[in-house]
Design a protein around this ligand. Structure first.
Ligand code: SF4
Length: 369
């Protein structure tokens, strides 16, 4: 069984023009009235509740994400385009406990509510803040995206590459269409959520990946968020029944100082020890070129720390073939290998479609069949 390589797909144009004006003008022409907001403050003011920033916007003002804006007392939100569309192994998201070895049609738009200096998707996420980021929006319908997913034979639809919550109404339009065809759905988020947005997406979303980027408020504020809200969102997503996986990009000197790795592992374990925790290797990117790259030893040490904190599924990412047991899924009860990987490629899958260890029958949490 193989995870395969990512394949870029050219979306079908719908005829809505994108030419003329700035990128912001183009995106505004692609915007429609949103759902996750309500009137608040003075006359014509609106409160957006799509992410933890909860922006209060006067008429004509934009949110921190720069893609949602108050247009005459109505919150306009992104719609009807993608900036990236690709078939990827689902392991690349990474989801390791969701249909291993299957492909996901992954779509992303533009903008983000954070501004992480090490962003590996900065061409899309920072397009509204950084003129050197150049991904262009391509108009497309939800029907065309789901049609592509079916033709490509993927198992899931994933909203990723930028922050899904800032364009969540559009993502849910796609998920709602895809679900009746048996497609699983997921969001790859920074976790700056609200209870309102989690309730909004829950009926149409199976899986929710959250980045836990640091374990102190100062570091989180430097990225544009708060630790408290991300930890609350992880708990709220788990309580609502999403399949949750957590990713920490281990950045030497930024989020691994002192006992920080142990405190991150403890924070995940406090929600549930069965939540998979991926510790992935940083490489110098975008504006963060100061820290050194993460080594194999850093990753393995972090994985051992996660195991010692009681986490039952800990993975090392971005250094395929070099991290020993930490790429694979092991039965936490009998210790046998359940899914053997090399990077995004599945070498062996032994967990049953019902989600059980074939040797001891233990239930393995996740979405397997
Ligand atoms: S999505 Fe977040 S950043 Fe954007 S307008 Fe809404 S609350 Fe503000």
């Amino acid at each position: 069984m193989s995870g395969g390589n990512g394949r870029k797909i050219t979306p079908l144009a719908t005829g809505r023009g994108t030419s003329g004006g700035t990128l912001q003008d183009v995106l505004d022409r692609l915007s429609v009235p949103g759902e996750l907001w309500h009137p608040d403050g003075g006359p014509g003011d609106v409160r957006c509740v799509a992410c933890g920033h909860r922006c209060l916007l006067r008429d004509g003002r934009r949110g921190i994400c720069r893609v949602r804006y108050n247009d005459g007392g109505i919150l306009k939100v992104p719609h009807g385009y993608v900036a990236a569309l690709q078939c990827d192994p689902i392991e690349k998201k990474p989801f390791f406990h969701v249909l291993p070895g299957s492909d996901a049609l992954t779509f992303g738009m533009l903008g983000c509510d954070f501004h992480c200096g090490y962003c590996q998707n900065w061409l899309t996420s920072q397009a509204l803040r950084d003129t050197s980021a150049g991904a262009a929006p391509k108009p497309i319908t939800a029907e065309a995206i789901v049609g592509l997913a079916r033709r490509e034979g993927v198992a899931s639809l994933i909203s990723s590459y930028n922050e899904p919550l800032i364009s969540v109404e559009w993502a849910m339009e796609i998920f709602r269409l895809g679900r009746p065809f048996g497609l699983r759905t997921g969001c790859v988020s920074n976790g700056n959520a609200t209870p309102e947005v989690l309730d909004h997406i829950r009926p149409w979303t199976d899986a929710f990946k959250v980045d836990l980027k640091a374990i102190d408020e100062r570091s989180y504020r430097s990225l544009g968020g708060t630790l408290a809200n991300v930890l609350a969102s992880i708990r709220q997503a788990h309580e609502r029944g999403f399949w949750v996986e957590i990713v920490t990009l281990l950045v030497p000197g930024f989020n691994d100082c002192g006992d920080a790795v142990r405190r991150m592992a403890d924070a995940v374990a406090a929600v549930s020890p069965t939540i998979p925790w991926h510790v992935t290797a940083f490489h110098q990117d975008y504006q963060m070129t100061g820290p050194r790259n993460t080594t194999v030893e850093d990753l393995v040490r972090a994985c051992e720390t996660g195991r010692d904190a009681g986490l039952r599924f800990v993975y090392a990412g971005n250094l395929p073939g070099r991290v020993g047991r930490w790429e694979h899924t092991w039965c936490p009860d009998c210790g046998k290998v359940l899914v053997e990987r090399f990077g995004y490629t599945i070498l062996q899958r032994r967990v049953t479609d019902a989600g059980a260890c074939p040797d001891c029958g233990s239930r393995i949490p996740g979405i397997w069949g």
